[in-house]
Design a protein around this ligand. Structure first.
Ligand SMILES: [Cu+2]
Length: 163
């Protein structure tokens, strides 16, 4: 016959087991939430090695009048010698198109120019980050009158670090 003490001990043991079970059951859900939260950060920037070269990929949405924002754009940081691969996604309104340019007008020693993309159009551009320094990338679209997209704030910074 169980004594009062063993009954209490059994109850405590059962509660402890149930607590552990609850933690085990709820843990995967917590992990899934954490994973979901980090996906958006890695979606816009990924680094991997391909054919011996370090490849850095970015995703830029071409808004009116910014990159991934209605003004400005993220600072893209890479190392000298990296292959820079940028997934461009048109996200302008109506007939408005946007592009990604890194050229002598940036100013920079680069000569990178994407197509002009309207909403829903995509293009992957790629170039070698051969020149170190801090440069400005921008949208080169300018209407016949009024402010150019760059003047409206559609530009961002790319930093090419000396390795
Ligand atoms: Cu633009």
């Amino acid at each position: 016959m169980p004594t009062r003490t063993t009954t209490i001990l059994s109850t405590v043991a059962i509660l402890a087991i149930l607590s552990v079970l609850f933690l085990v059951i709820s843990a995967p859900q917590n992990r899934q939430t954490a994973t979901t939260n980090t996906v958006s950060a890695t979606e816009t920037e990924r680094t991997f090695t391909e054919g011996g070269l370090r490849v850095v990929t970015f995703t830029l949405y071409l808004w009116d009048y910014g990159y991934n924002a209605s003004r400005g754009g993220p600072t893209l940081t890479v190392n000298v010698g990296d292959r820079v691969r940028i997934n461009l996604v048109g996200n302008g309104s109506g007939p408005i198109v946007h592009d990604f340019v890194l050229d002598q007008n940036s100013p920079s020693p680069y000569n990178v120019r994407s197509d002009r993309l309207s909403r829903g159009q995509t293009q992957v551009i790629e170039f070698s980050a051969n020149y170190p320094g801090t440069f400005t990338y921008y949208c080169s679209v300018a209407p016949p009158y009024g402010l150019s997209h760059r003047e409206r704030g559609q530009e961002g910074t790319i930093i090419v670090l000396e390795s």
